[in-house]
Ligand binder design. Structure first.
Ligand code: FAD
Length: 393
């Protein structure tokens, strides 16, 4: 399934370092190794595959065409399909429980629900099977010395820090990237971060007693309520991962829901059809964290032709367009095309990569914020439903 790696004698002497074994770091490592590079990957967390509790806490992501194409490029789309569920449209839940289905396309087009942890685990397995990649867990990057091409790494199991040289470094270490942190302190590096006044909380719709899906399995469920909304994506075990997007402050907000009784009353009023399916609602509401939503923009994405940012490290977006991971996957596929074209001409590859990707990811960031307002308000508006019908979308 995975592409053969060139014989050791054909391997370039250079070792490429990938920081972060999240979704983008794993895919990037596969692409680089399949191009004949020796790759080392550092990840600050323990190996996800050893902790069953992680899966239970995981959020679900929508995987779309953009992401599938990038997975196909390294031959792992079929392996990922095994842990994905097709969602063929939005299922809108009105306040009175009335349901409206809005298909994503006329020819059965779909996006796919995947558990972040399930997908990450599957990708770690595939990375492990690929010769030429060395993975190291519980290795936190504390500092990047760009001038001397050195990393300060901390071993999370012993607490010891060490200096580790790198030849070429790829920052796939997420929205709060340590690699980008070092670049932010260089001259003429542009950076902005913008938080929404909304946070999100993960909740669960339980599987039916026989492990069946209590609401339509092949849909992305949305409860749009004007100033806030809840969504639910299906899991393989019959349950759904729900996400409540809610203001931090105000009359209906996280700040206003302080007791289990307040939570139950609020949900019974606004999400009445979901409440009977959420047996652990109050417990989860107070046990699960409230997380923030940020857009990160920066440029350039490269430094001195030997450091490059990809995925959320260079373009974190709010989740309402369902394209953060998909764009990060596309980064990997585009980089691989440039490698194909320019061999090891890294200055050229990095320049073309950042200039071609930046307008795309900026557009995605804008669309993501726009889609928040659409999902929250407009999908529930009858005029908009009519407009969609006319457009045949
Ligand atoms: P991450 O997934 O953040 O991975 C970064 C990795 O680097 C992690 O493993 C981390 O432990 C490691 N790391 C971080 N710092 C260090 C360090 N100092 N040293 C070593 N390792 C480090 N996207 C979609 O496409 N579709 C969706 O439906 C979707 N829904 C979303 C819903 C929510 C609520 C949120 C918050 C995001 C959603 N996204 C979605 C976005 C998606 O989750 C991200 O775009 C994607 O996870 C980015 O992948 P990444 O590998 O770049 O970063």
């Amino acid at each position: 399934m995975l592409a053969p790696t060139p014989a050791p004698s054909q391997l370039p002497a250079e070792t490429l370092t990938v920081m972060g074994a999240g979704l983008v770091g794993c895919l990037l490592a596969l692409y680089l190794a399949q191009h004949g590079h020796a790759v080392e990957v550092f990840e600050r967390r323990p190996d996800l595959r050893g902790d069953a509790k992680v899966e239970a806490r995981s959020i679900n992501l929508a995987l779309s065409d953009r992401g599938w194409r990038a997975l196909e490029g390294v031959g792992i789309a079929d392996a990922v399909r095994e842990v994905a569920i097709a969602m063929r449209g939005r299922m809108m839940h009105g306040v009175e429980g009335q349901l409206t289905f809005q298909p994503y396309g006329q020819d059965g087009q779909a996006i796919y629900s995947v558990s972040r942890a399930g997908l990450n685990r599957r990708m770690l397995d595939l990375v492990e099977q690929q010769p030429g990649i060395r993975m190291q867990f519980e290795q936190r990057c504390q500092r990047v010395d760009l001038r001397n091409s050195q990393l300060e790494m901390r071993d999370e199991t012993t607490g010891e820090s060490r200096i580790q040289p790198f030849q070429r470094l790829f920052g796939a270490d997420g929205a709060y990237s340590a690699v980008r942190g070092a670049m932010q302190r260089t001259d003429r590096f542009n950076y902005s971060q913008q938080y929404l006044d909304y946070g999100y909380k993960e909740l669960t719709i339980a599987a039916g007693p026989d492990g069946s899906w209590p609401i339509e399995k092949h849909a992305l469920h949305i409860w749009p309520r004007g100033q806030y909304m809840m969504i639910a994506l299906p899991n393989l075990d019959g349950s759904f991962n729900c996400t409540l997007f809610f203001p931090y402050e105000g009359a209906n907000s996280f700040a206003a829901l302080q007791t289990p009784a307040q939570v139950r009353t609020f949900f019974a009023e606004h999400f009445a059809d979901a409440v009977p399916l959420m047996p652990d609602l109050e417990t989860e509401f107070f046990a699960n964290p409230t997380s923030s939503l940020v857009t990160v923009r920066c440029f350039p994405w490269s430094h001195a032709d030997d450091v490059l940012l990809l995925g959320d490290a260079s373009h974190a977006i709010v989740p309402f367009y369902g394209q953060g991971m998909n764009s990060g996957f596309e980064d990997c596929a585009v980089l691989a095309e440039l490698l194909e074209e320019h061999g090891s001409d890294w200055p050229r590859i990095m320049r073309q990569f950042e200039t071609s990707r930046k307008p795309n990811t900026d557009a995605m960031a804008d669309l993501a914020v726009y889609n928040f307002y659409e999902m929250r308000d407009r999908v529930a508006d009858p005029r908009f439903l009519l407009q969609k019908k006319i457009e045949g979308r």
